[in-house]
Design a protein around this ligand. Structure first.
Ligand SMILES: *Cc1c(COP(=O)(O)O)cnc(C)c1O
Length: 421
């Protein structure tokens, strides 16, 4: 795509965008009486208008039916998770049986580690990226300790080379090879939250399997953002949250993928609860846990219907828009963002910025910008002028233009604001 730093270009591109109508399905926050330039869909996605009705429908059923809503509601709560599996599977490239929506991300990863991190005295290491999202660092550390190992020995972090900000794929593969007899689990994010780097999930999984390890992924910044083919790539397990690119509200329910080869594997240890129990006998209240087939068998508690109703409405938007169209638009929008940032740096000597996010296909809808000592002042300037971006200590500004509701005009406006710093 050929880009120009002009309002005419941005508006023309928006008018030709096949997904342009989706923006009208979201509430766009205002700053100083004008819709803001919202670039934090990677942190908290915007509210879909359909979510308000979805949550109200469930409140109505509760109001009018009480406990009977479990079987006689519009969307009977007893089966509620099933209303989401198909559309969630479309987002991550899975079969519906491999996906369930439940709990929240970090809790889900703990439950999945119970089943998939099975260390032995000789094969016990976890390989992950250095500088992972804090929750992932803590959960891996605590899991390793829980099994009686020393985190400083059992956790192998892959780091960028000196003077570089992102990981080289060949270094990840080499670290796995170098620990081939001692590694139990290779655990990476799909998209690195700080740098926006997309990891090669397919290749990492292949290498993990080659050395006899399990491959698991945290897709918090990947689900709803990049192309995912979890089934085809033969990933063992994955989990993600729904409130970032998936627009399902603060702290909303998470998603889980368990490869179909484990669908009937009752030998795997797991922490059980009644909602993962065979549905046909769930309410018989008998002893002896019999898991549901597939990912649904990892459920523990009954469905949090109010937050799931929002997620359900949001997933329906993704199903209508289609991941391939969203990815195509996101790619162009993000390339335009990069063009505008670089053009602004070129025009304004005050901007001492460096884009650290790699090029496509090693990126999704995110650009991370390394700032100098004026970074915080620049960030405040953006905020005052109506841009909601994201400041990450020590010195990075993250921006995520998302295909469902961001416009090329938003990016153009950002450029004007950068120019006036
Ligand atoms: C956002 C995010 C989380 C958040 O975890 P919650 O359990 O939903 O609070 C965890 N891991 C990564 C990589 C994230 O980006």
């Amino acid at each position: 795509m050929h880009f120009e730093n002009s309002l005419a270009f941005a508006r023309k591109t928006d008018s030709e965008d096949v997904l342009r109508e989706f923006r009208t399905e979201f509430h766009i926050p205002e700053i100083n009486g004008k819709p803001c330039v919202y670039l934090t869909g990677n942190s908290l996605g915007l509210l879909p208008k359909a979510a308000e009705k979805a949550i109200k429908d469930e409140l109505e059923d509760w109001k009018n039916l009480g406990v009977e809503g479990h079987f006689h509601g519009k969307n009977p709560w007893f089966h509620y998770h099933k209303f989401l599996s198909e559309n969630a599977a479309l987002v991550v490239g899975a079969k519906p049986i491999e996906v369930v929506v439940m709990n929240q991300l970090s809790s889900n990863l703990h439950f999945l580690f119970v089943s998939f991190y099975r260390p032995t005295p000789t094969r016990y290491k976890i390989i992950m990226e250095a500088g992972a999202f804090p929750s992932d660092m803590y959960l891996v550390e605590s899991q390793v300790k829980f099994h009686g190992f020393d985190p400083s020995e059992a956790i192998i972090e892959v780091k960028p080379r000196d003077g570089e900000h992102t990981l080289r794929h060949e270094d990840i593969i080499e670290v796995i090879e170098n620990n081939k007899d001692t590694t139990a689990l290779v655990f990476f994010s799909g998209v690195q939250y700080y740098t926006g780097q997309v990891f090669n999930i397919e290749d990492i999984t292949k290498k993990a399997h080659e050395i006899g390890a399990v491959a698991g992924f945290d897709l918090a910044h990947a689900a709803g953002n990049i192309n995912l083919e979890l089934n085809k790539w033969d990933v063992d397990f994955a989990a993600w949250c729904s409130y970032k690119y998936l627009n399902s509200g603060p702290g909303s329910v998470g998603g889980v993928f368990v490869n179909e080869r484990y669908a009937n594997d009752n030998s795997l240890p797991r922490f059980a609860g009644w909602w993962g129990h065979d549905e046909s006998v769930r309410f018989k209240m008998l002893k002896g846990f019999i898991p549901e087939t597939g990912a649904a068998g990892w459920q523990v508690s009954n469905a949090p219907v109010l937050s799931m109703s929002v997620h359900k409405a949001s997933l329906e938007i993704f199903a209508r828009a289609g991941m391939s169209r969203l990815i195509e638009k996101g790619k162009n929008l993000n390339a335009y963002l990069e063009f505008i940032i670089n053009d602004s740096i070129h025009q304004n000597q005050n901007l001492k910025l460096e884009i650290i996010t790699p090029k496509y296909p090693e990126r999704g809808c995110q650009i991370s910008i390394l700032t100098d000592e004026n970074g915080k002042a620049l960030f405040d300037h953006l905020t005052q002028a109506g841009v909601i971006a994201d400041w990450r200590n020590p010195n990075v500004i993250r921006m995520a233009p998302v295909a469902l509701y961001n416009r090329f005009e938003d990016i153009y406006r950002l450029g004007q604001i950068l120019a006036s710093f």
